[in-house]
Design a protein around this ligand. Structure first.
Ligand code: HMG
Ligand code: MG
Length: 300
């Protein structure tokens, strides 16, 4: 067990993972108002949108407009998904400085999500990563279904390690080990991330939890105990992957901030302002959000 850190980095994925699953089209201006408020709340790493095929995710078809409207915010890193060279070219044209490639540890999920095998996805990503790096961008990687797959069940830890190492060898600076359907328990985190940490330095690993079964915060604690200091979360607990049946929202950023601050672990995020950011989307969708802290702050 590592001593708990004094500070963690939160990667706010609400504008991308949070919104990609929403059926009702959200205007670009509303997305930008949301992102502006996330910055005001103190978030320093924000995944703003996604340069995937607009046919696959129509909600994020305005990716370029979103990036062009991002606030000038020194010290804040904005990023976006880019699944192939076409997506990367759109990302570079938009002016974003960080992109993320995403594959999985399960063949069935990779096929459903990006219509490629894992091996094919790595062949597609290699030139994406090198072109992005050559253009001065930085690159993150994701390994979806790192614990449980909606189609294949439990995932072999060795597979997660293999895919993660391949992404790192390509030049990504961080890999988000992802519980796509929110089914993992702390035991899964200790075992799988424990195996990764035998070969990979902890700074290169982030944890990305969905909260379908209510285990996301417990999983964060397991991650903290392993020495991980970067966690993804989505404002309000919005989110889910359209290609992962049964997956509900991400770990809510408000709930993560509350727990960490209460533990004396600094996040740099103002909880009240964060909940106000989430309310931008709640008001537009006319819906209460799953985050417990958002609900506590928005009684009635
Ligand atoms: P495909 O249909 O196999 O690809 O899709 P294609 O190359 O044959 O292209 C089909 C059409 O899409 C063509 O247009 C392309 O030009 C166009 P057409 O000739 O038919 O008019 N196209 C694009 N247009 C704009 N931007 C692009 C792009 N690429 C192709 N980048 C592809 C393959 C990967 C593109 C598609 O399956 C796709 O975009 N999938 C993305 C799915 C997705 O966004 N899933 C959710 C994000 S991942 C996630 O949520 C998990 C994560 O949160 C971690 C976790 O929780 O596990 C990250
Ligand atoms: Mg996700």
């Amino acid at each position: 067990m590592s001593p708990l850190p004094d500070r963690v980095t939160i990667v706010e994925v609400g504008p991308r993972d949070g919104l990609q699953n929403e059926k009702e089209s959200i205007p670009t201006a509303t997305k930008l108002a949301f992102i502006h408020k996330l910055v005001e709340a103190g978030l320093t790493h924000i995944e703003a949108t996604s340069f995937v095929s607009p046919k696959a995710v129509p909600q994020l078809a305005d990716a370029k407009e979103v990036v062009k409207g991002l606030p000038v915010a020194p010290g804040v890193t904005f990023s976006a998904l880019a699944p192939n060279e076409k997506g990367l070219d759109r990302a570079i044209e938009s002016g974003i400085r960080r992109v993320a490639v995403f594959t999985a540890a399960s063949e069935s999920f990779t096929k459903k999500n990006i219509n490629m095998t894992i091996a094919e996805s790595l062949v597609v990503f290699a030139p994406v990563v090198s072109k992005a790096l050559a253009a001065g961008l930085t690159v993150r990687g994701y390994v979806s279904t790192s614990f449980v797959c909606p189609y294949e069940g439990d995932i072999a830890k060795e597979k997660v390690l293999d895919v993660t190492q391949r992404l790192l060898n390509m030049g990504v600076d961080e890999v988000a080990i992802s519980d796509t359907i929110g089914a993992a328990s702390p035991k899964d985190v200790f075992e799988t991330v424990g195996i990764l940490l035998e070969k990979i330095t902890r700074e290169k690993i982030a944890l990305h939890f969905h909260d379908t079964y209510g285990t996301a915060l417990a999983n964060v604690l397991a991650g903290l105990q392993l020495g991980i200091t970067t966690f993804d979360a989505s404002a309000g607990g919005l989110g889910g992957c359209p290609y992962a049946p049964g997956a509900s929202g991400n770990l809510a950023t408000e709930d993560l901030v509350y727990m960490l601050e209460r533990m004396g672990i600094a996040t740099g995020v103002n909880l009240t302002k964060l909940a106000e950011a989430s309310s931008t989307i709640a008001t537009h969708l006319n819906r209460r959000l799953p985050s417990r802290q958002w609900r506590r702050l928005n009684r009635g």
